[in-house]
Design a binder for this molecule. Sequence first.
Ligand code: F6R
Length: 358
Amino acid sequence: SKGDFEHYMLKEIYEQPELIRSLTQYYFQGEGKESLEEATKLPMKAVNISACGTAFYAGLVIKDYIESKNRVRCFADIASEFRYRNPILDKEELAMFISQSGETADTLAAQSMCKEKGLKSLSIVNTEGSTLYRDCDVNLMIRAGVEIGVASTKAFTQQVLTGKTLSEVLAHGGIDDELRNTLASRYSLLAERVEQLLDNTKPIKDVADAIYKHKGFFYTGRGAYFPIAMEGALKLKEIAYVHAEGYASGELKHGPIALIDEEKVNVALVGEELFEKTVSNIQEIKARKGLIVSIGPKNRYELKEVSDHYIELDFEGLGDLAPLYVNVVNQLLAYYIAKNLGTDIDKPRNLAKSVTVE
Ligand code: F6R
């Protein structure tokens, strides 16, 4: 049941802190340990990720983790493209599939293609007993519980963290108490920050009230914030029915900037990395009269100067988990904009929770 929440989506957003905290127990002391151990033994000369929609964006963040932390080449593809493009695959490589339902037709087809070519497959999946779960050699459960809202929220967070956990175990060279403690405290810190955000959503609601009538939204980010930008734009378009795009911050000037005027909003996701570069990209949008909503580290004068609305976050100590924190802001922003527009948030038009057609 929705309990005190008006929508399942909101309820599921609020479940995230507890879910984030539960993951290390499951993988280091619980049932998940065995599958995590098995996952580290799979061939991994390179990793081929395929997934659809939100799960694909989670895959892009995981690619970022695996490449930077493990220095293993990682490819991420949209499953409906991957399966038809005759990809170059090798038995020494791993095939990784990410899915909440475990029933997405294109993801399943990508898995059976990889299996035919002799690759071992690993899933990052929510639904135990699903087709993907049954077909893969090893399954890493994301433990998000049932997700009812059509727009995926908590599943994304748990998918990324599950991939992160695998990447950390590979880098550490095994599963032990030292790593468990490190990850448990890092994940708790993330959970704590998300909780603080959820305890006071007024700054995000205020921004939603100010911008919900606008007609076009560009979410921008660099590095891991680029997939977070695409995910933020997807959330907004699917539940609020407004046009939104996710772009790499440095890419807008290569065309899309022609669209910028006072009716367009730039939701700029700003990390600590390449901060100045990202701010100067915002300035380019500002100069074309775009409305700037920045989401980034708190107390930054340069960001305050350039923004019409500045959602200030405490990134201290979060390191490469900060993009997940920003993603929760995006979830709430999309939710409140949709609420102002009066759309059917839990069951947006034209969409199904699980896409079993190709
Ligand atoms: C967006 C959303 C979809 C799914 C996609 C894949 O909020 O929910 O983009 O992420 O249809 O679904 P799964 O993860 O079930 O394979």
